[in-house]
Design a binder for this molecule. Structure first.
Ligand SMILES: C[S@@+](CC[C@H](N)C(=O)[O-])C[C@H]1O[C@@H](n2cnc3c(N)ncnc32)[C@H](O)[C@@H]1O
Length: 279
């Protein structure tokens, strides 16, 4: 049972004309210097997780994609990380997401960057994957599990669609020891659609699915200085000219500040892991 009947995860994310707004924001920032629309120039607008493209760099350092790999991005949002990885590493990436408007935006931005052939978009749920067994070499998921209530089903689905020996990299906020986080947060307006597991629960969930742990890190203390610096900039300078406000509205400022406050107070942790399906 959901915590609050009728509240849907995707209601927090959906809005109209996302790709149009993003491309207009980019054009307006670039002015007369407008060049091609690339995953690099879109990065401040389409990597929807704390610390933006820097966090994607770090996740890819764990995942180590290779040319020709078949990758799956679970909860791929509007496709920023998928385009960035496909263009940089020569992989095919399938981005699956629950929010229909995010999927449409991902398709439009794939077309705008000329990447429609190497980035696929599938609307669906990470707990009910429409792919055959062993369909992917690598799977990743950035800041999505907080929206997933049935986490054992999620990890079991990932295990099924990975080939033997394939790896799964993920990052997520987890439950801290000091109580509920401060809402609203970037992934949920309130607790009805936020499902946080402790570090120990996450470790037990992935192990129960059959994965071997390669890396399992609580990076909260390491990442807090970056989060604090982001808060300082938001408080002193306001939102950056190009940022996630185009996707989520200007309220994103307060949502990001709530993340920092919650992490500082021990109400959120930051978990990153690389796990492997035994060969
Ligand atoms: C914070 S955003 C992160 C988007 C993307 N991973 C990124 O880093 O840019 C969370 C995303 O998870 C998606 N999501 C939430 N629950 C999901 C589920 N059960 N299956 C697939 N996607 C889901 C949301 O629609 C949203 O796009």
């Amino acid at each position: 049972m959901s915590k609050q009947a009728g509240v849907k995860v995707q209601d927090h994310y959906s809005s109209d004309d996302i790709a149009t707004r993003i491309l207009a924001a980019l054009r307006s920032a670039q002015g007369d210097d407008a060049g091609p629309v690339t995953p690099e120039v879109l990065a401040p607008l389409d990597h929807f997780h704390g610390r933006g493209v820097k966090a994607t760099h770090e996740m890819v350092a764990h995942l180590r994609p290779e040319p020709g790999d078949r990758l799956l991005d679970l909860g791929g949002g509007i496709g920023g990380p998928a385009r960035w990885i496909a263009a940089r590493f020569g992989c095919h990436v399938t981005s699956l997401d629950l929010t229909p408007e995010f999927c449409r935006a991902a398709e439009e931005l794939n077309a705008a960057t000329g990447l429609s052939d190497c980035v696929g978009v599938v609307e669906g749920s990470a707990t009910d994957l429409p792919f055959s067994e062993a369909a992917f070499d690598r799977v990743y998921s950035q800041n999505v599990a907080m929206n997933i209530e049935y986490k054992r089903r999620f990890y079991a689905e990932v295990f099924c669609v990975l080939r033997p020996g394939g790896v799964f990299a993920f990052s997520q906020y987890g439950a801290g020891p000091c109580g509920e986080p401060h809402y609203p947060l970037p992934w949920a307006a309130g607790p009805a659609t936020s499902f946080l597991s402790s570090t120990e629960e996450t470790r037990a969930d992935v192990t129960a699915a059959g994965f071997d742990l390669v890396k399992f890190l609580d990076r909260t203390q390491e990442i807090l200085p970056d989060l604090r610096e982001n808060r300082r900039r938001l408080q002193e300078q306001g939102l950056p000219p190009l940022g996630l406000q185009t996707l989520m509205g200007e309220g994103i400022r307060d949502l990001q500040i709530n993340v920092v406050r919650s992490a500082e107070e021990g109400r959120l942790t930051i978990i990153e892991a690389l796990v492997r399906k035994p060969a």
